[in-house]
Write a protein that binds this ligand. Sequence first.
Ligand code: GCU
Length: 383
Amino acid sequence: LFIPLIAMSQTQPNYDESKVPALHLPDPFVSEKGKQIRSVEDWEKVRRPEIFRLFESEVYGQLPKDFDAISFEVVKENANPFPEAADLEEVNITVSRNGKSHTLRINFFLPKFQKGPFPVILLINYLPTYPDGKLVDEAFWPVRELIQRGFATASFHAETVAPDDAKTFQNGIISTLYPEQIEKKDGLKAFGAWGWAAMRAMDYFEQHPRIDAKRSVLVGHSRTGKTALWTSANDPRWAITYANESGCGGAALSKRKYGETVEAINNRFPHWFADNFRKYNGKEETLPLDQHLLPGLIAPRAVYYSSARGDQWADPKGEYLGIQLGSRIAAEIYGKKAVFEKSFEELNGPVHHESVGYHIREGKHDLTWEDWRIFLEFVSNNL
Ligand code: GCU
């Protein structure tokens, strides 16, 4: 029997809390030069840019913001699956840079028989989406429910800008629009590309007469939950950012090494993160940051996390610690009522504060109607 060496070198995931290493986490309130950070000004001018650069160079890679032109075209290719309740816009967004262009598609539903302007919810999807993907689960993207509650809602398939594949991920905007990123150790990868697409959808919302783009919500599940967080760290136009079960490289603390590790994620999905992230394979303790610093890049805008008890791979406790520690920036710098008093073990229901919130439910890894329903309660208090 031939056992490849690579398989032998892979360690088993740890699910034993007693084996989680003692955590030494970087302090959000001390700058690299040792300055105490207490004011909004010091946070925004000194500490936030330091933390942003660390995430950009060591974890996610760059998310380029420049292009030459953008245009929007509403096309009619598919039947509207909700003709009685919603207007459907299938929008081709064409972006050009240095003489080349790329077109991405968003599917966009607006409440029918009302003028608006409506708040808008964008889901970054990696499953087939309405209307071209009739298979999409109505709980995963509950268009009808969202429309009934007075939201416009849009989605796009992540692969329309970068395939979710280690060999072909550059065959989208990366090679067409940003080829100079390819050789960089902190260059644009799939998460950055998907986030870039969410930003182009926002460009569409901003110029739409029936949309109130200031009341915008960005939603992602799992790999696109990680993406949503990095997108919102880059783009302050999102009022609320929701990462459901985003786990390793998203909500969860990497240094806990519980469930999915940095090595495991980099080996299976080398196209998601900057090449630099691989330096920390098996060496999470040497990371100069951890994921608890990520909500601070979004503050004082709202951030929401959720976990599922059956989703140990994503490390629910690590996700909770990520928001519990991460919310200190909203609380201590921006004065929000955002302190998570309960420990993970004491939780007995959703925790919804001013600008930060969390819930954990029973069941497996998925974005369900229960997640949406609890999250929408938070939205109604924070939008
Ligand atoms: C894999 C991966 C996770 C990711 C998940 C998903 O399980 O290891 O990091 O979150 O896929 O996107 O569903």
